[in-house]
Ligand binder design. Structure first.
Ligand code: SF4
Length: 328
């Protein structure tokens, strides 16, 4: 597998040096800000991710500052960024690093991959960007650039990795990885690539087909459909909320939910609710699950938590909003 030629590498880096977006961790790529950016930006758009990166860095400017806080504080700062397992992993990672002597992130991808929440992509990205370690980081952007420059509809992971390894500009590995990611994020976008501005235009086989967006073919993604009910029990102190378990929403607080379309009666019985009224439906997709929940409101005279005082997921925010709650 041969990679991009030296002349194309040169054009891409020249384009990156001139056109790359100003991102706060790029000027001084210290390990902690770079690591936080990679956690925040996984499966999150740049505009949203940037807001959350600033919020996380203001709240936790160092590894030690995060390690000394309970995980609830990290979940609270993470609110709205989705995929809360990332926040829990980031906290576990900070605790692990803070316990070491010296309390420093490993500079090599193997050492990084031993930490919570770090897979091959994040390890390669952080080690190359923050430590100049010569390793190719392969994400969805690089997969798309590979598929398009070589006009491959169904690219195989091992071929993409081999191409990325061969293409790596070894004397500037961090900039190179970011340049390809930037190219995929801003020029070679999934639906509307700006080929006329692309530094790889001369070697792109997909462009020669006049249908670059055919490459790569979309992956089949199966989502689980969940039909159920959510019960918002209002009390004088707030709303009845409990802390959820599980990898997706674990640690966050939420209202009682049933994933059984016939489960409303049992849900009400379990929470001693005899009267309730429907306030609409919430449809919400995340983590390969499409939720379609009927939202019910009931009143009780005691218990309850102020939803502003605990970390809650976007799903629960939307359920509470359907019941008339407005975030303070
Ligand atoms: S020429 Fe177009 S399709 Fe090809 S890599 Fe560049 S932006 Fe993508």
């Amino acid at each position: 597998m041969s990679g991009l030629s030296e002349s194309v590498q040169g054009r891409i880096l020249e384009w990156y040096d001139a056109e790359a977006r100003e991102l706060p961790w790029r000027n001084n790529p210290y390990p902690w800000p770079v690591l936080v950016s990679e956690f925040v930006l996984q499966q999150t758009q740049m505009v949203v991710g940037l807001t959350h990166w600033h919020r996380m860095m203001e709240r936790f400017p160092t590894i030690e500052s995060m390690a000394s806080c309970p995980v609830e504080d990290v979940l609270e700062a993470w609110q709205g960024c989705g995929y809360y397992a990332r926040a829990r992993n980031l906290h576990a990672l900070a605790v692990e690093i803070a316990s070491r002597n010296p309390p420093c992130l490993p500079s090599n991808p193997q050492g990084l991959q031993d930490l919570p929440g770090i897979g091959p992509y994040t390890a390669a990205a952080v080690s190359s960007i923050a430590f100049d370690y010569p390793i190719a980081a392969v994400d969805g952007n690089i997969r798309r650039i590979y598929a398009r420059t070589l006009a491959e509809e169904y690219p195989k992971d091992r071929d993409i990795q081999a191409w990325a390894d061969e293409s790596l500009y070894r004397s500037r590995p961090g900039d190179w990885n970011q340049a390809l990611m930037e190219l995929g994020a801003t020029i070679c976008t999934p639906r509307a690539p700006s080929c006329e501005r692309c530094p790889a235009e001369q070697v792109c086989l997909a462009l020669q087909t006049n249908e670059p967006t055919k490459f790569p073919a979309p992956r089949k993604r199966r989502s689980k459909k969940i039909e159920g009910h959510a019960l918002v029990i209002r009390t004088p102190s707030g709303v009845y909320l409990t802390q959820r378990n599980g990898s997706r929403l674990g640690g966050l607080w939420g209202v009682p939910i049933t994933e059984d379309p016939e489960g409303l009666r049992l849900l009400c019985e379990n929470h001693h609710v005899s009267e309730h009224r429907s306030v609409g439906r919430v449809r919400h997709a995340f983590s390969h699950r499409d939720w379609n929940l009927q939202v019910w409101v009931a009143e009780q005279s005691d218990g309850g938590v102020d939803p502003n005082s605990v970390p809650i997921s976007r799903l629960d925010e939307r359920i509470l909003e359907a019941a008339g709650w407005i975030r303070a």
